[in-house]
Design a protein around this ligand. Structure first.
Ligand SMILES: [Mg+2]
Length: 250
């Protein structure tokens, strides 16, 4: 395998499954750190803040500097600040997206939003879904942090933000703007903030439709690992192949 300067790891299904670490990936990360390469982490999970993601990594034995951790919440908030300045923003989701919006100077509103942003909320109820569909029917721009239908945990697959965003979009008859992978936004941000060229970067992930497509759209090399959402057998049937298809990182 070629040597890179920026190894960008997906988290769920690549570095850990729920609270369980994926040992092959963790020892690969530790070996990179021993030779002076500090990897990056690129997650569609919008529920956690950078600090909470850092804690989740420490819990499985990975020390990561905060500025190497990128989430769809962070990038979504920056996208809204840049493209909808001064507009009233309502949100559904947890700490991750709320803190990211506040960091951009956006205080979420309850009534008459011009933008509705949707991240995963694990305490989701019918009223919240109803409010979202109404706000979007009344014309609020519909933005979802990510389109993952499901994510792997130690118990099996659980519903992801994409499942709920699709539900709301179907009812309101509006297609959401999705910000997380496969959009190349997070990799673009790493390249510009840390000064890497595409040739120096590689995207590593378990999900073909998000991780691998993100790398392909961005234009860097990709590594698919068979430890999460997309089985290797389905990856091999795809027209656009990852640079490397492996069972696990060794
Ligand atoms: Mg994943």
């Amino acid at each position: 395998m070629k040597n890179y300067k920026a190894y960008c790891f997906d988290l769920d299904g690549t570095v850990y499954r729920g609270k369980e670490g994926i040992t092959s990936a963790i020892s690969f990360i530790q070996r990179l750190q021993q030779i002076g390469i500090e990897p990056f982490y690129v997650t569609n999970n919008s529920s956690k803040t950078r600090e909470q993601l850092q804690e989740a990594l420490i819990a499985v034995g990975v020390n990561a500097p905060l500025e190497h951790i990128y989430s769809s919440a962070l990038v979504t908030a920056k996208y809204i600040a840049r493209n909808f300045p001064g507009q009233k923003v309502a949100m559904m989701g947890s700490d991750g997206i709320r803190k990211a919006l506040l960091n951009e100077g956006i205080e979420p509103v309850e009534e008459e939003p011009e933008v509705f942003v949707m991240g995963i909320d694990r305490t989701l109820d019918y009223t919240a879904l109803a409010k979202a569909t109404i706000a979007i029917q009344k014309g609020a721009t519909f933005i979802a942090t990510n389109q993952d239908i499901k994510f792997p945990t130690e118990y099996g697959f659980l519903p992801g933000n994409g499942a709920f965003a699709r539900l709301v979009g179907e009812v309101a008859d509006v297609e959401p703007i999705y910000i997380g992978k496969p959009s190349p936004a997070m990799l673009e941000m790493i390249a510009s903030q840390h000064g890497f060229t595409k040739e120096e970067m590689v995207m590593i992930g378990d999900n073909y439709d998000t991780d691998i497509m993100c790398g392909i759209r961005f234009g860097c090399d990709t590594i698919h690992v068979n430890t999460g959402v997309t089985p290797t057998s389905s990856v091999l049937e795809k027209e656009q192949q990852p640079t490397y298809v492996i069972e696990a990182l060794i």
